[in-house]
Ligand binder design. Structure first.
Ligand SMILES: NC(=O)c1ccc[n+]([C@@H]2O[C@H](COP(=O)([O-])OP(=O)(O)OC[C@H]3O[C@@H](n4cnc5c(N)ncnc54)[C@H](OP(=O)(O)O)[C@@H]3O)[C@@H](O)[C@H]2O)c1
Length: 496
């Protein structure tokens, strides 16, 4: 196997942290969707062939099989460690909100809540009970004397007082309990209220830092058996919970999915749409090499369908989103950060305020949509362009066969004894771009990586540069005269 391994060159990224980005990556967005095992096996085969760069996104449902394939590749000795790979994922538009914050009676965030109220941003409180027992929480809420006094006088528990208080502040609350009685108790907040005097007492508690109305958090530290989480979620759904919060670091994503499937099978809910599920990155990996803002779009929290419904589109606060991305990098969760589907103008907006500029812009790029202006802009600003749909995304709902069936490309391919796919990928590489191609077929995977020991002639490049140009993946689903993005012209800032 050693001899057949194809070695793919790297391009360094502006972050200067971690490894460079291999110029050919394997995409994992399959349309129509394929089974978990198909993605997992394709990634394993790709690693075997020599691929070291993988592209996924929260939207593609491929983060988890990719994560499992990586773990399996290490077990099988195909790679020695995670560090040999370069993995990109993307923030889905419904997570482009900065509103999940710690709020509880000991950290009331009055200024932030006021600001959010004025700007129509819903605040969702985590650590509503002070996150007692977790590595990030303390017992100062659960052991607050003021709260104990109020609770005792009313025959309530401190959590009940905290949750009622949050509800009266007009904010959403996330609360974690895997205990059936407590879950029940935590929902008992709608039939009573705090008196003015009690609210006043709570508002005077000394302050320090440590969706939908009530969500069930699933982070347990140390982690618990998946079956416990599954039963807890099922109980919660039976009790009326409809909002669940998870993340890969909690190791509860898969089991939450299983519990939801079980709830559907048991008829506890009629459809997935009844639930509001919040997650973060979905890979069982400690860090990402590259984390991208998937589109310059903000969707209502929880809207995960694609194409999205027009009424779910909100205006994007890119400054807050980018600042949160910068924080991800500072925390070491992503070695590099970048964007996807951003025009020169939108990149310029980020460059104007960012502390860390985007390392990468992942965009549609192929011989039928060459993006010369964007390539030039990115080069001048040290931003690597990663090409998605380098083969025109043949066979998917967002692509067409115009690239694979281009007469010009077919002619060049025939004359060079190469495939059209190889011509496209070599062309992308010669433009200085990283190409992210999807194939789940082992033979095509191999052939598609075989682009480094030959080149296009000047004449061939010229012929390709004369191919008529048009954008394939236009993002029409985000445009509406009544929404925040009124026209394609505005969305792409004229780059059409
Ligand atoms: N950031 C974004 O907004 C965005 C948007 C779209 C895509 N992406 C990323 O970019 C990746 C690649 O783009 P894409 O999937 O849109 O399109 P693509 O790579 O241009 O085309 C994929 C299609 O081409 C087929 N194919 C691959 N090699 C071939 C060959 N040698 N001959 C004939 N057909 C071949 C594949 O089928 P087989 O699997 O059967 O080989 C698949 O149906 C995605 O998977 C995703 O990771 C990102």
């Amino acid at each position: 196997m050693g001899e057949t391994l194809i070695s793919v060159p790297d391009i360094p990224l502006s972050s200067g942290i971690g490894r460079g980005i291999p110029v050919v990556g394997l995409g994992t967005a399959a349309d129509p969707p394929v089974a978990f095992e198909v993605i997992r096996n394709a990634v394993l085969e790709a690693i075997e062939v020599g691929y070291r760069h993988f592209d996924t996104a929260a939207l593609y449902n491929s983060e988890q099989p990719l994560g499992e394939a990586v773990a399996e590749a290490i077990r099988r000795g195909l790679i020695k460690s995670r560090e040999e790979l370069f993995i990109t994922s993307k923030l889905w538009c419904s997570d482009a909100h900065p509103e999940h914050v710690e709020v509880n009676p000991c950290w009331q965030q009055k200024k932030l809540r006021e600001f959010c109220r004025e700007n129509g941003i819903l605040v969702v409180a985590y650590a509503a009970l002070g996150a007692v027992g977790t590595f990030y929480g303390t017992n100062r809420v659960m052991e607050s004397e003021v709260l104990k006094e109020v609770a005792d006088a009313r025959g309530k528990t401190i959590p009940e007082v905290c949750l009622r208080w949050a509800y009266e502040q007009g904010i959403g609350v996330l609360v974690k309990s895997f205990n059936k009685d407590r879950m029940k108790q935590n929902l008992q907040l709608f039939s009573w209220e705090l008196s003015e005097e009690e609210s006043k007492k709570i508002s005077e508690i000394p302050q320090s830092r440590a969706c939908l109305v009530l969500g069930l958090g699933t982070a347990a530290f140390p982690p618990v058996e998946p079956e416990i989480v599954k039963q807890a979620v099922l109980e919660a759904i039976k009790l009326g919970y409809r909002h669940f919060d998870t993340a890969p670091v909690y190791q509860t994503e898969q089991v939450l999915g299983e519990a939801i499937a079980a709830a559907l099978a048991l008829g506890l809910i009629k459809s997935r749409d009844e639930l509001f599920v919040t997650s973060k990155l979905n890979l069982k990996l400690e860090y990402l090499d590259l984390y991208l803002v998937h589109w310059p779009v903000c969707l209502k929290p929880g809207s995960f369908e694609y194409p999205s419904k027009l009424e779910n589109i909100l205006s994007l606060d890119i400054k807050s989103v980018w600042t949160a991305m910068e924080e991800c990098q500072t925390l070491g969760l992503a070695k590099s950060i970048g964007v996807s589907n951003f025009s020169c103008k939108k990149l310029g907006d980020i460059l104007a305020f960012s502390k860390t500029p985007p390392s990468v812009n992942q965009v549609e790029l192929n011989p039928c949509w060459q993006q010369r202006k964007l390539l030039k802009f990115c080069k001048a600003n040290g931003i690597v362009v990663a090409a998605f749909s380098p083969l025109g995304a043949v066979g998917t709902s967002w692509g067409s066969n115009r690239v694979m069936e281009s007469d010009v490309l077919q002619e060049i391919a025939k004359a060079k004894c190469k495939s059209v796919a190889q011509i496209c990928l070599r062309w992308g590489y010669e433009q200085g771009a990283v190409v992210v191609m999807k194939s789940f077929n082992k033979e095509r995977l191999k052939a598609n990586a075989d682009i480094f020991n030959w080149e296009l002639s000047e004449e061939e490049s010229k012929k390709i540069s004369d191919i008529p140009q048009s954008r394939g993946h236009r993002g029409e689903e985000f445009i509406s005269p009544d929404g925040p993005i009124k026209s394609l012209e505005e969305f792409w800032d004229g780059e059409l």
